[in-house]
Ligand binder design. Sequence first.
Ligand code: PLP
Length: 420
Amino acid sequence: MVKVPGPFKTPPSLSLDSVTPADVPERPLAAPRTAGASKRSAVPAFEVMQITDEVAKRRAAGHDVVSLCAGEPSARPAPGTLQPAGYTGPLGTIPLREAIATHYLEWYGVSVDPATVAVTTGSSGAFQLVFLTAFDPGDKVALVSPGYPAYRNILTALGIEVIEIPTGPETRYQPTPELLEAAVSEHGQLAGLIVASPANPTGTMLGREELTALSDWCNKHGVRLISDEIYHGITFPEPGAPDPRGVSAIELSRESIVISSFSKYWGMTGWRLGWAILPKELVAPFESLASNFALSPPAPAQELAMRAFTPETYAERDAVVETFARARTLILDAAQDLNWGTSAPSDGAFYYYSELGPQLERFGDSSTYARALLEQADVAVVPGSDFDPVAGHRAVRLSYAAGEAAVTEALERIIAFQKA
Ligand SMILES: Cc1ncc(COP(=O)(O)O)c(C=O)c1O
């Protein structure tokens, strides 16, 4: 496999390499399988993780780095003790599947059959199995840019064609039936649509009306809607606003697939636990795949996750969300001093996505800006190119999951850096 530097330019000594499909030589069909990597694996590396790695290296070298890079809450539950644990069922333990179903009743007032809940190794594990279960190679699946890069990269690795729908502030960076109609006119029949609300990197949300319109459009056109709801609960609604946790696609149609996770609201990123809620007819094929690909989701994590649904845990996590809300306000209040361009509304999740506006005249693109900011001010932000291959070079994403103190310090440094 040929490795080439990714869009985030770096000296070779830091080895921030990534691979893009164009860089991997074609392997002739008749060539032995040992002649190189599969075409499926020719996807770019996830730049956030590379930068996270570099942040760790710079900290080890004595730099005082403030990282607004990774989407990982720092407030985590205490780890359990080390003990051997056996496999569970391929779709997870029954008590956990029941507890997840009850969570839907609590938050959305919707009744979910626990038999349709599949516990997975993070929502990432759910994506792989859901895409394999729902789509065949050559199928076309639509998603928006800017968007979470793993959707695009996993689909590509599985031989599924990605139809990118560019979005902007006019639709709050979300798809609409009109945009889908236009995508069908240009590319032909779609097999699926992936939405995320709140979205990464923009934080924007689909309200009940917008999600209903998409869900109805998908059902009318035989398109499988996959709704990534991993950031539900990390929302900043006005008091008394409807649907304070977010609207779940499962409230609107049983044909949709909901994917979620313990990683964000519960801050359990490293426990690798997520779930999918499946239409009834997809449960058995999903289970066949899950039993081969993962055998079972991690047992200790499932045991621990049973504590996620107590009133005490909800209260504790809601208190963490309040800290995100305060960090978000710090950034929104600093918008004028940052002197950047158009930003997304940041309705939820813990991301602020903004065009760099006037800063582009000085730095050219967001990768150069992010590199200079890290080297000169020790503040890590993510260039938008990870999320939007076309227009992302003009934007950056800040994660305010790091909390108020880190955001305050970072904002001071960014403003001073830009004035220098
Ligand atoms: C929108 C979105 N979906 C899914 C994931 C994957 O999370 P996990 O596999 O930890 O559940 C992330 C992680 O950042 C994300 O931002």
